[in-house]
Design a protein around this ligand. Structure first.
Ligand SMILES: [Zn+2]
Length: 207
């Protein structure tokens, strides 16, 4: 696939969806893409079983997958493709999401406490009301991301890029925002009083 910055990603799962004329990559542990998956609940159970057993899903293709509300604490998802995936309300506590490719993914209300999200591509993703306390977001891309009323207490945003993001009402208490780029971001009502480091707030909306 081609990422939002034009980078090519070579995924470990190179199977193609078996649905006629589809041509999209097959989901990890499936024969089809998410759209053509016939038994989503059986597939979800398989993913749950693998994560629970400690299997690594590094680089897995989970594009547009329905992972809503699933318990996936400590899941090993480094470099996985979660573009457009639905993770609303999912439990991803202490999950390994380094370099994950998740533009447009839905993490609304998800538990990301202590998650490792360095270099994650979260552009245009939804993190509204997500609880991410203590998570590592160093060098993560949040361009155009919506994280309204999310909890980012004690998170590390070193050199992250929340440009044009909506962090209104978000709690960044004790977070490290050194070199973070909040250019044109909406920070209305965001708690930044105890955040540490100097960030770029050019054209950001504050107050
Ligand atoms: Zn398909």
């Amino acid at each position: 696939m081609i990422g939002e910055n034009g980078t090519m990603y070579y995924l470990s799962n190179s199977k193609v969806c078996t649905h006629i004329h589809c041509g999209k990559a097959a989901l990890f542990a499936a024969e089809t893409c998410a759209r053509h998956l016939e038994d989503t609940s059986a597939w979800r159970e398989e993913i749950h079983r693998r994560v629970r057993s400690g299997e690594s899903l590094q680089g897995a293709n989970l594009e547009n997958a329905n992972l809503k509300g699933m318990a996936l604490p400590m899941a090993k998802l480094e470099e996985a493709n979660l573009a457009g995936a639905d993770l609303e309300g999912a439990d991803l506590e202490a999950a390994h999401l380094t370099r994950v490719v998740a533009p447009g993914a839905n993490f609304k209300g998800a538990n990301l406490r202590g998650a490792q999200c360095g270099l994650a591509l979260l552009g245009a993703a939804v993190l509204d009301e997500a609880v991410c306390d203590g998570a590592d977001f160093r060098r993560a891309n949040f361009v155009g991301t919506s994280a309204r009323n999310a909890s980012f207490r004690e998170c590390d945003f070193y050199y992250s890029r929340p440009g044009a993001a909506d962090f209104s009402g978000a709690d960044l208490s004790e977070a490290n925002i050194q070199r973070a780029i909040f250019r044109a971001a909406n920070l209305r009502g965001a708690k930044l009083e105890t955040a540490r480091g100097s960030a770029n707030f050019e054209r950001a909306t504050r107050g």
